[in-house]
Design a protein around this ligand. Sequence first.
Ligand code: ADP
Length: 174
Amino acid sequence: MSNARVGVYPGTFDPVTNGHMDIIDRATRIVDQLVIGVAVNAGKGPLFSLDERVEMLEEEVSRLRNGDGSRIRVRPFSNLLMHFVEEVGATIILRGLRAVSDFEYEFQMAGMNRKLYPDVETVFLTPADEYMFISATMVREIARLGGDVSKFVQPGVYDRLCLKINKQQNVTRK
Ligand code: ADP
């Protein structure tokens, strides 16, 4: 498919939340091929390793795919986003926009990326109301403090989150 519209949805996905899944679902209505780019982001000190974050996304995306698997791919990347976008042959970057807090950063990033690669468009999608306030950072924080995050992530992710936090807390207790 030479004329296929390829989009990249980049993020840290530490871990993938229902908000991310909502955006992924919406993104597939806009592009023919969606590449979910999982940023290494070692600087952010992620809770889950890159491999774990990719695996969780793969698992969740396989549930969405419904036999249409070739349209969504999950790929890690450690280089400049725009280089990754070029590598996978994308012309669109998809980002999710939550309440006002995302706007300033996203606006600046879209502007700088446009200066670097004028042919690539950034498209912003808003999630359904119930996902508007979910952030992976808050999910990690709530889970760490023993709160119930089962409303914010899928069951497979929830299980991994509980295991991870238990393991970490056992290590620090020893
Ligand atoms: P977070 O900001 O939750 O740590 P990421 O860095 O993985 O997440 O974000 C990747 C992209 O997904 C960003 O564009 C971010 O704004 C978007 N996003 C994250 N959570 C949501 C949500 N609940 N609704 C809509 N977009 C979201």
